[in-house]
Design a protein around this ligand. Structure first.
Ligand SMILES: [Fe+2]
Length: 619
């Protein structure tokens, strides 16, 4: 009889569910994809239903339900923190209370109620960082590895140094709240005018424009950083223990001004602050990794927790760190905790053996719903829109490659949806990375933003070192590593351009200066956030890149998520079709079907488009 374990993360940020049967990952998805509410923290009932149907299971067949953290211990932290600062902080305490008293404290009851037809299923609560650690190690390709988990905060821990061997993880040391690399980074995210728990990647993208001129201030005033990467934060400058903001007046004084208002002009000061905190983050991670290496003497490192999405730091870790190999859980944030909790039960608690597979057991993180040609065909028939179906894959890919070469923007919907924050070629928007106007075109016509950040590239695995400074066999299938563009593809700037590059107050003009043969994906410091694409993991998406390469010689494409700003990545053909109509995307490919906007009479009016976009809160 097989053993079915459902993992759940909920009630904080990015709720998700994951199903494993006899240790194999069967399905995993974030709730936001179904409810269309980005980072949806509610109980993930849609994701649970999906996982069960993917596994062909009724709830009564579940053996275990694993919840990714311990709400009571978390509540204990909340209370103790409040008492330590009381009476200051009463307002934030009072605001937090109702939700705790309503649902968080009674998670067990909520679970029992939801699974009332599954009284046989045992409910297990794993520790937050155990869940992260399990999500990092168990699916990884390593028999043994050092483990680092880094995030804002779980129950009390904010970072864990541990090790994994065979079918067990061990947590060796921890850093505790309020001292937290995740919260430190979020404090600066907040200060620079981006949304906490969501805009951190923007701060990382802003850093290359600045110089780390605030490095010393941060190290002297805010942080007592030890050689082993552990640190104490000076809480006199932060407000997140007792208030509703991340930083306080002393912090603002230190950085010469109040927090930047969201969407307002970015000043050089913000860029320098971003560069400074990014540098410190990298340093902390490098030191922690060195310590993990000293302590475990292992060759491999695995990472999880929200901070592990800092792909610039990950890239440095790979190039400069002591570890030979690194694997990062693609759903590194709390969504991945659902998967980790389930795997923790299987290996750690039930002591089931684990066989590491050479390319990991995460299945490309393509663990969500897929839709057949029949389903898509009948949906398209309902819409009555003009489309073409290609029964022959070679022909289909030839046509799509040709459209891409012509500078067209293509929505690509194929196979199972991604688990984790990145689009990896199942729900992606693609374009020719060589096209000088592609970055600005995609931003304006699709995402309705003018961003200072370039897009990310996907590249054929076998050609990664032709384009980037990365070893030929080095994989980055989850887009979690940043590497520099190879110097041979860089183009030199004129003096005037260099001048503009350094000082134009409009960052969009800076990023749009053509600095390489792949301008759409090259950041101002020549870095790029890379996804390597291989046939085993990516199938048809790989063959599309191959067809594009045959046509153009270029092994790379822009790969950005299939959504508009603030919208969760599309899940269903309906979501994709709506997004296609609401933007100026030229072509939509859903499995074997191709829709070309120029051949379609369906259009949204300006008001309809506005209405569609207004559903999504800007992130
Ligand atoms: Fe976390």
């Amino acid at each position: 009889m097989s053993v079915a374990i459902l993992g759940i993360s909920a009630f904080y940020h990015d709720s998700a569910a994951a199903l494993i049967i006899d240790g194999e990952i069967v399905a995993a998805a974030q709730e936001e994809r179904f409810t269309r509410k980005k980072h949806d923290p509610e109980f993930p009932k849609n994701a649970i239903d999906y996982c069960l149907s993917e596994g062909g299971l009724k709830p009564e067949r579940l053996d275990y339900i694993a919840f990714y953290d311990k709400p009571l211990t978390k509540f204990d932290r909340l209370l103790e923190t409040y008492l330590a600062y009381a009476p200051v902080g009463f307002r934030s305490f009072r605001l937090a209370m109702p939700i705790w008293l309503k649902e968080k404290l009674y998670t067990r009851r909520t679970l029992r109620q939801h699974f009332k037809h599954a009284p046989q299923a045992k409910i297990v609560f794993t520790d937050h960082h155990e869940s992260h650690a399990a999500s990092a190690f168990f699916p990884s390709p390593f028999d043994a590895a050092a483990i680092l988990t880094l995030d804002g905060v779980g129950e009390w821990s904010t970072a864990i140094l541990g090790s994994g061997e065979g079918n067990k993880v061990r947590l060796l040391r921890q850093l505790q709240f309020p001292h937290s690399l995740g919260l430190l980074y979020s404090a600066f995210t907040y200060y620079c005018g981006f949304k906490v728990n969501s805009g951190e990647y923007k701060l990382m993208g802003l850093a290359p424009y600045g110089r780390p001129t605030y490095y010393d201030v941060i190290v002297q005033k805010l942080l007592d950083l030890k050689a082993d990467g552990s640190f104490w934060m000076n809480m006199d400058y932060f407000n997140y223990c007792q208030g509703l903001t991340m930083t306080n007046g002393r912090f603002h004084e230190l950085f010469a001004g109040p927090p930047r208002a969201p969407e307002s002009m970015l000043e050089q000061r913000h860029m320098d602050i971003a560069a400074s905190i990014q540098k410190i983050t990298e340093e902390v991670i490098l030191r922690m990794a060195a310590e993990a290496h000293r302590e475990t003497k292992l060759r491999n490192l695995v990472l999880a927790g929200g901070v592990a999405l800092n792909c610039v730091a990950n890239g440095r870790l790979l190039r400069e760190g002591p570890f030979e190999n690194i694997w990062i859980q693609p759903a590194a944030g709390d969504a991945g905790g659902a998967l980790g909790a389930a795997m923790f039960v299987w290996h750690q608690l039930l002591d089931r053996p684990r066989q590491a597979t050479p390319h990991d057991s995460q299945k490309g993180s393509l663990l969500g719903p897929q839709f057949s040609n029949e389903t898509i065909g009948s949906f398209l028939k309902e819409t009555g829109c003009t489309n073409e179906r290609f029964a022959n894959e070679g022909e289909l890919l030839g046509v799509v490659a040709h459209e891409l070469k012509e500078g067209k923007i293509v929505g690509w919907f194929h196979g199972r949806m991604e688990f984790g924050p990145r689009a990896l070629g199942a729900r992606s928007i693609l374009g020719d990375a060589r096209h000088p106007a592609m970055q600005s075109k995609m931003n304006v016509k699709i995402k309705f933003r003018e961003s200072f950040r370039p897009f990310a590239p996907c590249v054929l695995q076998e050609r990664v070192s032709d384009v980037f400074e990365m070893k030929p066999r080095r994989e980055s299938p989850y887009m979690l590593l940043v590497a520099p563009l190879s110097p041979k593809h860089r183009v030199s700037l004129t003096d005037a351009e260099r001048q503009q590059m350094e000082s134009d107050p409009d960052l969009r003009k800076r990023v749009n200066l053509v600095r390489s043969k792949f301008p759409a994906i090259t950041h101002v410091d020549y870095s790029a956030r890379i996804q390597t694409v291989d046939e085993r993991r990516h199938g048809r998406f790989y063959r599309l890149l191959k067809a594009f390469e045959e046509l153009t010689g270029s092994p790379a494409l822009v790969n950005t998520s299939f959504n508009v700003r603030g919208e969760p990545i599309v899940c269903t053909p309906q979501d994709a079709y709506r997004c296609f109509l609401a933007t100026d995307m030229d072509v939509l490919v859903m499995e074997d079907f191709v829709l070309r906007k120029e051949q379609m009479k369906e259009r949204l009016s300006a008001a309809e488009r506005e209405k569609h976009l207004a559903q999504f809160q800007l992130d």
